[in-house]
Design a protein around this ligand. Structure first.
Ligand code: NAD
Length: 477
C-alpha cells in the first residue's frame, strides 16, 4: 500500500521505516526541512537499535522523505499522523499540530483515504479531525478517520513495532477497518517473519507468535493508549511508594518485588523502583488522561496520586545525595546517565536532567556521561558547572560521589575495583538499583539505593554494615 507518515520523529520515523520493511511504499513527511534533508542524505537523527539498517535498506526505494505533505497525501491511500501532542499549561494535550496536519490533508484529498491517528491523543480527537476536515472541504465519502495507537518503547522501538504484543485498530467503518488490517497483515499472518528474500529483524527473546489485531471503535482505541500508559505509570509509582515504606522500616524492596512480581496476576515487569518515570509520554499522557476524564465529569484522583509520588521520588533522591555527602556546594559529582531511560538519546522529561539541574543550582560540579544523550543534554543544561565525558570512568575521575541516574546496561557492568580507585571518595548513590548492596560494600563502597538499606564497607567483623539513616557525618571526609 502507498502510505504517508506525517511527522518523522521517534514514532513517525520508526513507523515509516517499519512499514517499508514489511512491504509498503512509504513517504515520511516532516515540516522540519533540515531534518528531512539530513534523512535524505542518510543521517539517522535518533539513537535507536536497527533503525540505521532499515533506513539504509529502504531509503530512496520503498521509503522516501519529503516536506511536501499535499503531494504525499495525493499519492497515498493511508495517511498516518505521528506529530507531537505535548502538554498545555493546563495539562491537556496540545492538538494544534494534529489539527494543522488534518487541515492540510483535507485540502489535498482527491480520492478515498484513511487518516490514521498514530500520535497519542485524547478520546474524541478522531471526531475533531473529521469535523475540521469536513469544514475544510474534504468530501465525507472520500475519507475515514481511524485510531491506531503506537505502543513502541524508545530503545527497542523497531523490534517493538515489528514484534508487537498487540496491534490496536480503532475504526468506525468496515472499509477503514479492512484497510488497516491489510496494512498490518505481514505482521499478523506472520509472512514478514518467514520471508525468504532476506532476514527479518531478529525477534526479541521469548517471542512466540504473531501479534493479535484488536479491532475496536476509534474512541476505545484512543482510550486504550491513555489507559495503558496510565496503568504502567501507576505500577512504577506503586513500587516507588512501596520502596519508600521499605526504607522506613528496613525491609528490602528487591525481595518484596520478587514476592509480589511472581504472582502471575501482577507480573514482575515495571516493578523497578528508582528516580521515577520520565520521557515524552508518561508525564504528558497521564495529565491528558486526567484532564479528559475531568472534562467528561469524572475525577480520576488515582492519577493525581501517581503523578505526586513520581514528583516526590526525585526530591527523595536529592535528599539521599545530601545524606551521602552532607553539604553539596562545591562537591564534584559524577552523573551516569542523562537520557530518561537506557537505550535512547531522548532527554524529554528526563529525571536525570532534572536532578542534574537541581544539583547545579545547589553549587555542585557535575561530571556527566551518557552513551547517547550528551549532545541533546548540552542544549538544555546550563553550560556552567558541568563537564561531559566519554566514559563512566572518565566522569568518575576524582569525584566526591557517583550518581547512577539512567538504567543503561553498561552502567550495571562497571569494573568496581577500577571505579573505586578512580573516584575521589567511594560513594555511590544509585537511583536505578543496578547493584547489589552486599557486593558494593565488599568492594569498599558506601552505597545508597532505593528501597534498600544504605551499606558501608565492613570495618570490624568482615560483613557489610548497614548504615543508620543519618550517615552524613560518616560519609563526609
Ligand atoms: P517527536 O517530537 O519526536 O516527533 C514529532 C515530529 O512531528 C517532529 O519531527 C516535528 O517536526 C513533526 N511535525 C510537527 N508538526 C508537523 C507538521 N505540521 N507537519 C509535519 N511534521 C510535523 O515526537 P514523537 O516522540 O515521535 O511522538 C509523536 C507522537 O507519538 C506523540 O503523540 C507521542 O505521545 C506519541 N508516542 C510517542 C512514543 C515515544 O516513545 N516517543 C511512543 C508512543 C506514542
Amino acid at each position: 500500500m502507498q502510505i504517508a507518515v506525517v511527522g518523522s520523529g521517534y514514532v513517525g520515523l520508526v513507523a515509516a521505516a517499519c512499514f517499508a520493511e514489511i512491504g509498503h511504499q512509504v513517504i515520511s513527511i516532516d515540516n522540519d526541512a533540515q531534518k528531512i534533508s539530513r534523512l535524505q542524505q542518510g543521517e539517522v537523527p535518533i539513537h535507536e537499535e536497527h533503525l540505521p539498517e532499515l533506513l539504509e535498506r529502504h531509503r530512496g526505494k520503498a521509503l522516501k522523505f519529503s516536506t511536501d505533505l499535499v503531494g504525499a497525501v495525493r499519492q497515498s491511500a493511508a495517511i498516518f499522523i505521528a506529530v507531537g501532542t505535548p502538554s498545555t499549561e493546563e495539562g491537556d494535550a496540545d492538538l494544534s499540530y494534529v489539527e494543522s496536519v488534518s487541515r492540510a490533508v483535507a485540502s489535498a484529498i482527491n480520492d478515498y483515504k484513511i487518516v490514521v491517528e498514530k500520535s497519542t491523543v485524547p478520546v474524541f480527537t478522531s471526531n475533531w479531525i473529521r469535523k475540521v476536515m469536513l469544514l475544510d472541504g474534504a468530501p465525507s465519502e472520500l475519507f475515514d478517520v481511524a485510531s491506531n495507537p503506537e505502543f513502541l518503547r524508545e530503545g527497542t522501538a523497531v523490534v517493538d513495532f515489528l514484534y508487537p504484543d498487540r496491534i490496536v485498530t480503532g475504526a468506525d467503518t468496515e472499509r477503514c477497518s479492512s484497510a488497516l488490517c491489510e496494512i498490518y497483515r505481514p505482521l499478523t499472518d506472520g509472512s514478514y517473519y518467514s520471508r525468504t528474500d532476506r532476514a527479518a529483524v531478529p525477534a526479541p527473546a521469548g517471542w512466540s507468535a504473531p501479534a493479535r489485531l484488536i479491532a475496536t471503535s476509534t474512541k476505545s482505541a484512543e482510550i486504550i493508549k491513555h489507559a495503558s500508559n496510565a496503568f504502567l505509570a501507576t505500577k512504577i509509582s506503586f513500587i516507588n511508594a512501596v520502596a519508600n515504606i521499605c526504607e522506613a522500616v528496613g525491609a528490602d524492596v528487591k525481595e518484596v518485588c520478587q514476592g509480589i512480581g511472581s504472582d502471575s496476576r501482577i507480573g514482575s515487569r515495571f516493578l523497578n523502583p528508582g528516580v521515577g518515570y520520565g520521557g515524552s509520554c508518561f508525564p504528558k499522557d497521564l495529565k491528558a488522561f486526567r484532564h479528559v476524564a475531568r472534562e467528561n465529569g469524572y475525577d480520576f484522583n488515582l492519577l493525581s496520586a501517581v503523578i505526586a509520588i513520581n514528583d516526590e521520588q526525585r526530591t527523595r533522591f536529592l535528599r539521599k545525595v545530601r545524606t551521602a555527602l552532607w553539604t553539596l556546594k562545591g562537591k564534584k559529582l559524577a552523573a551516569l546517565g542523562l537520557a530518561f531511560k537506557g537505550g535512547t538519546d531522548d532527554i524529554r522529561e528526563s529525571p536525570a536532567i532534572e536532578i542534574a539541574k537541581s544539583l547545579l543550582k545547589e553549587g555542585c560540579e557535575i561530571r556527566a556521561y551518557d552513551p547517547a544523550a550528551i549532545e541533546r543534554s548540552r542544549e538544555v543544561l546550563p553550560s556552567k558547572g558541568i563537564s561531559y565525558h566519554d566514559s563512566a570512568y572518565s566522569a568518575a575521575e576524582g569525584a566526591d560521589a557517583l550518581l547512577i541516574l539512567t538504567d543503561w546496561p553498561e552502567f550495571a557492568n562497571l569494573d568496581l575495583e577500577r571505579l573505586r580507585s578512580t573516584l575521589g571518595y567511594p560513594i555511590v548513590v544509585d537511583g536505578r538499583n543496578l547493584y547489589d548492596p552486599t557486593t558494593m560494600a565488599s568492594h569498599g563502597f558506601l552505597y545508597y539505593s532505593i528501597g534498600r538499606a544504605d551499606v558501608q564497607p565492613a570495618h570490624r567483623n568482615g560483613s557489610p554494615e548497614k548504615m543508620a539513616t543519618a550517615t552524613s557525618g560518616k560519609a563526609a571526609k
